[in-house]
Design a protein around this ligand. Structure first.
Ligand SMILES: [Zn+2]
Length: 113
């Protein structure tokens, strides 16, 4: 009787599963949040007052600027005399000064020309 025994080496390979590399350390994203405000034009707008250190809704004041004079000159040249003073009455032809309603400081000067 021949006994043939086969020795089987059942090697169990160790499970070499590496854990995924973990990037330790949270990188803080420094975001400099700047106040994005619409550019100040003809109408009162929200802007940051450096004197009050807060956001304010500006108070507008219309002043006769270069654009009004140019329109006046143009109308005069066209010969429309009764209308020559019209640009000085129209706010759309004037420069706009934006004041802080709290401290009344001039915050922005919007020149048409
Ligand atoms: Zn102010």
């Amino acid at each position: 009787v021949i006994v043939c025994s086969v020795a089987r080496l059942d090697k169990k390979s160790p499970n070499l599963s590496k854990p995924p590399p973990v990037l330790s350390g949270n990188c803080p994203i420094w975001q400099h949040l700047t106040q994005v405000t619409a550019p100040l034009r003809d109408t009162p707008g929200v802007t940051f007052c450096v004197y009050c250190q807060k956001n304010v809704l500006t108070r507008t004041s219309f002043e006769i600027g270069a654009m009004a004079w140019v329109f006046c000159g143009g109308i005069t040249l066209l010969g429309c005399w009764p209308c020559m003073l019209l640009p000085f009455c129209l706010d759309s032809c004037k420069d706009v000064k934006h004041y802080c309603p709290s401290c009344n400081n001039l915050l922005h000067f919007y020149r048409k020309m």
